[in-house]
Ligand binder design. Sequence first.
Ligand code: 5AD
Ligand code: SF4
Length: 438
Amino acid sequence: MKKVYFETYGCQMNKYDSELVAGILGQEGYLLTDKVEDSDLILINTCSVREHAEKRVFGRLDALRQLKKKNQDLVIGVMGCMAARLKDGITESRPFVNFVVSPDNYRSIPQLLQKIEQDGSDSHFTLAEFNEYEDYGELFPSHTRGVNAWVAIMRGCNNFCSYCIVPYVRGRERSRKLINVVSEVERLAQQNYKEITLLGQNVNSYHDGENDFADLILRVADVEGIERVRFATSHPKDLSDKLIEAIAAHPKICNHIHLPVQAGSDKILKAMNRRYTREHYLRLAEKARAKIDGLGLYTDIIVGFPGETDEDFQDTVDLLKEIEFDGAFIFKYSPREGTKAARLQETVSEKEKVDRLKYLNEVQDEISLKKNMRLVGKIETVLAEGPSKKAKPNQYMGRTEANKIVVFDSKTPVSNQMLDVRIIDVKGHTLFGELVGS
Ligand code: 5AD
Ligand code: SF4
């Protein structure tokens, strides 16, 4: 039996796609391995969202080349967003890569492997066509990780935020049929998964006939055996009242929203083509917080977008302080060739970007700590995932409904169980608790 090793960069959608391809290859008799030296096939699933992500992949490919010297038959493939962006450019600079396959062409991987088998392991092929109808709707990925399974409900993106490469590498937005999403979730429930995260670049524009995203998430939350449903990512221009009501009303839909704001200044939001104002975002956050008890609100921010002055940056700092997010993922702007923003003159130096990133992280860390301290003494239900990262004996971890990590002691091993934990301490972004009743 042949063995395949996956290495995945980038977002959750990419991680889902690796599982999708693992499912396709499983049908061909491939087994998954987590030891790269043991594999017959290495698949690197790549991200193009920032230049840094692409550099890491090239570095990694160059290191993997050594393995090919030891094993002549080893096949190396590059999939994901870099495959769509750079196409033949990857095999031109790295001829030891056997195939390059973009996100709409994963069904063809078995044929590509056959061709390579026929033509020898020096051969290479590129398949980087767009197919706006491909949604892998009826396929069941091989889910492998932990207690939470990710399920793609749509692919591609139509938003064209001016900084973002996604519409150029993943193509136009398309929704998967509701019935296919529900079947995948039912199957996951049978496999004993308790938590589902529904994935799309902009889940709020999901539609299948009369059904919108709120209808879909309610159906998924009613699948027997499923205890928790999350989703990512929402666009602030599309987050509907109907969805907020659904989250507030259904006990199994987690009080957790990832709602990227990107910037706090109207001028920068406009230049980013985000199509909402600071005021709109503030009101939306306020409404969601008022309706959804204990809401965990998370965001993404880009610092150093072209034209971002000290005042614009200060608007972002003020917005963070005003909203008090539970967490923020903060990135330095990275120009991506082909996007609208890449044509703008960069005005923020690398040093200034680093300083802004650092400062904003400090501001957010303080806010997160303050908010987490308010949970001390409270009882939270966690879905236990298994031993804590530090793996001290008897120490386990899980997540609260609002997606906060809790570390706690247990005399017996716990995994994939819903447990009540009293929060007793906070360190950084991690909560510490004790099992209720112990
Ligand atoms: N530069 C920096 N950050 C970016 N993101 C998307 N494109 C870029 C870019 N060109 C960030 C956004 C997005 C997250 C996934 O990555 O904040 O929400
Ligand atoms: Fe995901 Fe975007 Fe990176 Fe592609 S470019 S892997 S869609 S984050």
